[in-house]
Design a protein around this ligand. Structure first.
Ligand code: CP
Length: 310
């Protein structure tokens, strides 16, 4: 059962994942009817505590909370007392003292949300921690896949890009294997974690092999800031050997969907024709992200109802 926090999908059960996705179906219906002043979280407060940049995760959590009637607060590390040396735990306890109910945290250090969760009364949601996990991105990805294909059993998901540094890839792998999907990964050797097969992934030796028969083709952002590390020679060479163009999709299933967590580097991971093409679900992923985050906030706050409030 979903507990106080959502810190990752490594420890989540398939039942928890399905419960969140099922709840998100109703939330999406409300969203598509443009019902954005709902009472579900009236009297609750959700704080986004971000130590790294974000557009999608932070905005969609904030909007999800607002649409359900919660109060929201944004704390950016760059403009908060973190700059004065306040610790993560003290920041969390300060928010507890203000009767905050949920903290959504993004942090460059893997494990920071776990440390925070152990030390605060508020529910903690991992909005991305270092190279570890990004569970709500994976949940919205699963929602998008299930919306198209109905089930995960035997679904072939190809994930291409910087697997090594990707928290999205890891959360997808942990969740998809529990749900019965087959995950194939492809990356330059410098961006593929050693031993990923032991976590249930198949590793392809070419782009064509990864995409062959895929129902889902997912690209990952190449983190331009890492180019200085010499992980690949140039963006154009990356695109030539590891990027996906319209022609590359011919090997996938005809009704495959193309996904990307964003932000996308156009012409690097995918060509514009793929990003804007008829198989693309990239914009739908963003909408689904709001519905999934509404569902998660609702379920976590419901769990808190009988328990201790911050
Ligand atoms: N997908 C994702 O996490 O995007 P942001 O960095 O914009 O939140």
């Amino acid at each position: 059962m979903l507990g106080k926090d959502l810190l990752g999908l490594y420890d989540a059960s398939a039942e928890d994942i399905v419960a969140i996705l099922d709840t998100a179906v109703g939330m999406k219906k409300l969203l598509t009817q443009n019902l954005k002043k709902l009472p579900h979280l009236q009297g609750r407060t959700v704080t986004t505590l971000f130590y790294e940049n974000s557009t999608r995760t932070r905005c969609s959590f904030e909007l999800a909370a607002k649409y359900l009637g919660a109060g929201t607060v944004n704390v950016s590390a760059s403009s908060s007392s973190v700059q004065k040396g306040e610790t993560l735990i003290d920041t969390g306890r300060t928010l507890d003292a203000m009767k905050n109910d949920v903290i959504v945290i993004r942090h460059p250090m893997g494990g920071a949300p776990h440390l925070l969760a152990r030390n605060v009364k508020a529910s903690v949601i991992n909005g991305g921690d270092g190279m570890n996990e990004h569970p709500t991105q994976a949940l919205l990805d699963f929602y998008t896949m299930r919306e198209k294909f109905g089930s995960f059993k035997g679904l072939k998901v190809a994930i291409l890009g910087d697997i090594l540094h990707s928290r999205v890839a890891k959360s997808n792998l942990f969740g998809l294997t529990k749900l019965g999907a087959e995950v194939t990964m492809f990356a330059p050797a410098t961006m593929m974690p050693q031993g990923i097969e032991r976590l249930g992934a198949k590793v392809a030796s070419s782009r064509e092999e990864a995409i062959a028969g895929a129902n889902v083709v997912m690209g990952l952002r190449i983190q331009l800031e890492r180019m200085q590390g010499g992980l690949f020679p140039s963006l154009s060479e990356y695109n030539k050997y590891y990027g996906v163009g319209e022609g590359d999709l011919k090997g996938a299933e005809k009704d495959c969907i193309v996904m990307h967590p964003g932000p996308v580097n156009r012409g690097v991971e995918f060509t514009s024709a793929v990003i804007d093409g008829e198989n693309s679900r990239i914009e739908e992923q963003v909408l689904n992200g709001v519905a999934v985050r509404m569902a998660l906030l609702f379920l976590l706050c419901k769990n808190r109802q009988g328990g201790e409030k911050a």
